[in-house]
Design a protein around this ligand. Structure first.
Ligand code: UT7
Length: 350
């Protein structure tokens, strides 16, 4: 064919060589890291005129892990990754791509992923994903497609948050909700399907219901004096009841679609691992999905709180470690949060 702009024809002497297409993918290993310091509700309630009972009843949370001041997103990501690599039985050199899902890495640039790669002695392609509490499930979808498409053999997906850096502990609506931690998964090739089709999407018209309360640029313009005004710190704000309604009524149908697209039913599941946002949201979703009573449900939120991108992989690692969910079993996982964004898929547990 002749190009209309140049009148030239393609040489036609070369063809692109690509890796084999359309192989399957699966999660081959997971790992989790929770900071040592445990902060019970009682330590937070005075500042927000609340109570341990109210927090337990409205959210299911009794405590959260909080990182040390000098413990970074990359430190936590590294700890979870080393466990996931061990579980997968591969070395860091075998990783072709590293995806870090986070909204609390405190550098606009560079991303956390290349720094994590360097820690591991890896020169894999590396980038971050900003999809808040859906970040891990977004990452699993992308990693699965990379493996299936042949652009990578092994992809590391990390969900990690140091939300304590971005929580306003005087805000009644969020002070008790968040926790810190990291979860990681290695996605690799498989002879049989191990990651079902992802059902995902966004609703940016609701960007304001969970958002940094200020853009970074409010803090200091390049031409202005720095400010120490604490009200300008860009903590994460949330219109809790709006998000709650969206999660309860909007997300169960998405989870059901993930089951349908994978060709399985709730009866086939060995675990339900939703984002750990609120135990009442988790229970409402399970009810709408008509989950049989024998399907274990992740309730890691009780002692880990809401760790955003880390919540699904952390809950997965715990369920496997505790023998609550079986290796080789089917799990339905769903992440949802700021954006608003969401993603759900059925996976075979490693
Ligand atoms: O991870 C991303 C996705 N995030 C989520 O999915 C979170 C979704 N939202 C939630 O989980 C819930 O909205 C919260 C747990 C954040 C709040 O629970 P809620 O049942 O929605 O509380 P509310 O904001 O509707 O407040 C109910 C009552 C109010 O009092 P009145 O007006 O009924 O007298 C509030 O003033 O509780 C009061 N209240 C509190 N009381 C004690 C609000 N916050 C607190 C508090 N302690 N911290």
């Amino acid at each position: 064919m002749t190009s209309p702009s140049t009148g030239r024809s393609p040489k036609g002497t070369g063809t692109i060589t690509v890796p084999p297409a359309a192989r399957h993918s699966r999660i081959v290993g997971v790992g989790g890291y929770r900071p040592k310091r445990v902060v019970p509700n009682s330590e937070l309630v005075d500042r927000i005129n609340s109570s341990d009972e109210w927090i337990r009843e409205r959210s299911g949370i009794t405590a959260r892990h909080v990182a040390e001041p000098d413990e970074s997103v990359v430190d936590m990501a590294e700890a979870a990754t080393r466990q996931a690599l061990d579980h997968a039985g591969i070395t860091a050199e075998q990783l072709d791509f590293i995806l870090v899902a986070t909204v609390t890495h405190p550098f606009q640039t560079p991303a956390a992923a290349p720094e994590l790669a360097a820690r591991l002695g890896s020169t894999a392609a590396a980038t971050d994903i900003s999809a808040a509490c859906a970040g891990y499930c977004y990452g699993v979808a992308m990693a699965s497609d990379m493996v299936r498409g042949g652009s990578a053999d092994h992809v590391l997906v990390v969900g990690v948050e140091k939300l304590s850096d971005f929580t306003d502990y005087d805000d009644r609506g969020t002070a008790f909700i968040f926790g810190d931690g990291a979860g990681a998964a290695v996605i690799g090739p498989s002879d049989t399907p191990g990651i079902g089709p992802t059902v995902w999407g966004s609703d940016g018209t609701q960007r304001d219901v969970i958002s940094q309360v200020q853009p970074w640029t409010e803090l200091r313009q390049p031409w202005s004096e720095p400010t120490n005004d604490p009200r300008l710190w860009p903590a994460i704000g949330m219109a809790g009841p709006s998000v709650f309604r969206w999660a309860v009524w909007g997300m169960a149908p998405i989870a059901q679609q993930a089951l349908d697209r994978a060709g399985v039913t709730a009866d086939d599941l060995d675990a339900f691992i939703p984002h750990q946002a609120n135990v009442r949201i988790i229970d409402a979703m399970a009810k709408q999905l008509k989950l049989p009573a024998d399907v274990p449900i992740a309730r890691d939120i009780t002692t880990t709180a809401n760790t955003s991108a880390a919540s699904v992989p952390l809950a997965t690692a715990r369920m496997l470690a505790d023998g609550e969910a079986p290796s080789g079993g089917l799990a339905l996982q769903i992440g949802f949060g700021a954006g608003l964004v969401y993603a759900a898929q059925v996976v075979v547990l490693p």
